[in-house]
Design a protein around this ligand. Structure first.
Ligand code: 0WE
Length: 256
């Protein structure tokens, strides 16, 4: 018996086979969950159709730009129609304009700040609010964060501020949705070789730094995020809410 047998979930943030969202979706499906997927923009439609299609030709795949209220409304209307209810939601979505991740944080523009926070943080609130009426048996919402939320990671810049906002929102949402037995948690992952990390100056050195300094002397594997995502989604985590769980080979505990 899988940990998530009979559960219905929706996954936001699959871009390609290396996406953290895909690693967690595979784990959720392996544990017995039935999943719907969203994709951001026509550019990613084919990728998501090819990946999600491995769960069967009738897999629900919907477009969703999380900055558009009408998209969110339409996604959850379709989920209500096709699933009737919802148990799981994965938020694995982030974006800041590239120039904001390159220069000096001091030069962060109002527009880059607004975009980063809208896409990467406010979207969790919007998705949670849309999901809540469907989570009639309680539920589990999982969002992805990164250590740059609490300590300075050079170049992470406004994304660090947006992840701090996401983590704080996780706590306030956990308080808001707790009476409905809907849990909200973050996984703070060590650096992963995904599309979002590609082209980031010094990313290879960052992976080497973790290998040298993390207690486990290695980087995190996608499948390990999958297992943690499955645990947080499962009834075994029924008393865990509002938390940030580090899946980072222990890196976060180090002071030096
Ligand atoms: O959260 C992230 C990545 C988020 C991200 C990445 C990009 C690259 C392309 C958000 N927006 C954009 N916008 C783009 O135009 N990570 C945890 C991965 C990451 O990103 C970094 C990192 C790490 C680690 C950026 C700078 C420094 C370290």
């Amino acid at each position: 018996m899988g940990l998530l047998e009979g559960k219905l979930g929706i996954v936001f943030g699959v871009a390609n086979k290396r996406s953290i969202a895909w690693a967690i979706a595979q784990a959720w499906a392996r544990e017995g969950a039935k999943l719907a997927f969203t994709y951001q923009g026509e550019r990613l439609k084919e990728n998501v159709e090819e990946l999600a299609g491995t769960f069967g030709p009738d897999t629900l795949i919907l477009p969703c730009d999380v900055t558009r209220d009408a998209d969110i409304e339409s996604v959850f209307a379709t989920v209500k129609e096709k699933f009737g209810r919802l148990d799981l939601l994965l938020h694995s979505v982030a974006f800041a304009p590239r120039e904001a991740l390159e220069g000096d944080f001091l030069n962060t523009s109002r527009e880059a700040f607004k975009i980063a926070h809208d896409v990467s943080s406010y979207s969790l609130i919007a998705l949670a609010r849309a999901a809540e009426p469907l989570m009639t048996n309680g539920g589990s919402i999982v969002a992805m964060s990164y250590y740059g939320a609490e300590k300075v990671i050079p170049h992470y810049n406004v994304m660090g501020v947006a992840k701090a906002s996401l983590e704080a929102s996780t706590r306030y949402l956990a308080y808001s949705l707790g009476p409905k037995k809907v849990r909200v948690n973050c996984i703070s992952a060590g650096p992963m070789n995904t599309l979002a990390a590609r082209g980031i100056a010094g990313f290879g050195d960052m992976l080497k730094h973790y290998e040298a300094h993390a207690p486990l002397k290695r980087n995190v594997l996608p499948d390990e995020l999958g297992h943690t995502g499955a645990f947080l989604a499962s009834d075994g985590a029924a008393a865990i809410t509002g938390q940030v769980l580090y899946v980072d080979a222990g890196y976060q505990i180090m002071g030096m």
